[in-house]
Ligand binder design. Sequence first.
Ligand SMILES: [Zn+2]
Length: 415
Amino acid sequence: MLYSRLFGRPKKEAKKFESISHQLLTQGGFIDQVSSGIFNYLPLGKIVLTKIENIIREEMNNIGAQEVLMPALHPSSLWEKTDRWTSVDVLFKVKSQWGGEYALAPTHEETITPLAKKFIKSYRDLPLALYQITLKYRDEKRPKSGILRGREFGMKDLYSFHHDKKDLENFYQKVIQAYLKIFRRCGLTSVKITEASGGSFTKKFSHEFNVITPSGEVDLIYCDKESCSFAQNEEISQSKTICPRCQNPLKKEKAIEIGNIFDLGTRFSEAFDLKFVDQDGKEKFPIMGCYGIGTTRLMGAIVEVHHDDKGIIWPETVSPYRAIIVGLDLKEKPVRDRVFLVYEKLQNLGVEALLDDREEISPGEKFYDADLIGVPVRMVISQKTKDKIEIKGRTEEKVKLVSLDQLVNHFSFIK
Ligand SMILES: [Zn+2]
């Protein structure tokens, strides 16, 4: 991608926002606020979001889940069936001019259960796991912290159907492992799993995935002994100082919730009269689980964890580009030719690169923008570097001079 053609370039002066991810993503040209809690994703932001979604997609497919896409508009009758039309306080309600009311879905039990009912007849149809990646809606009174808590947000939601409790528990454990892998692949290693009460959605047991970061909204207490995984939300926890499992002193940190999983029991299969005929010939309600990851929130959380005072530091797996080439002295034809030669070489190697080809911008401004955008590898080509390329990691201080042929060694994924 040529920087001179990029839509939504970094802004020098950005309005001050309360969260660092909102600040850096806006300033870096990744997102643009339409209204409170509602955002446009610009080309850089869309690439990051798609990479996050694809990591999630791969891990969902790996545990045997199948992708579907369900509507955002739900007829009110579906939500009346589960008694949630009036009980969910953040439900967006839309009136049709032709009559009828609709919910803008914050979650999809009300469509997945009737959908499953059309296909699940016997125990042979179970277990079943379906997921989607789509936009969701919550009528938040005060959306805040940019894409960390929006009125409209991206989400992956997975629903599973099982013939008995044990089968659900097995799958539930698989999802926990898949989630930890997803977060690790997105560069989030300090993720703690807490047991939680189900909030307004369910009374069954549930777990939350929290990433530790000073700007988090959750007060988390946890045990940092490697063999012990105790972690709880401080609000609900009985233990404040000593780990109830191993007697280690507990730590307290701020965290952002990036995922949650629920055992739904038969709450929704009963509401929609979804039954299957079991091996013993009896009709039963399938046991359901639901599993969410906020995709846009995850993007915000990655920035909250990975940044410095110069800008974002994207983990390589979700960075919009693998490398940024900063071309200097571009009015000199030999330099310009060389810059484009390197750009082409990277493209041929399969390295997604952003080429800063702007002629009228000072070197200082180009370096400032490169740090702000946070691409993992920066390359500088100028009159001074002659036939070499100056290369540096986003968080490194020292630069290295390498030849065009040596470039390949700097991208570990190239075989
Ligand atoms: Zn412990």
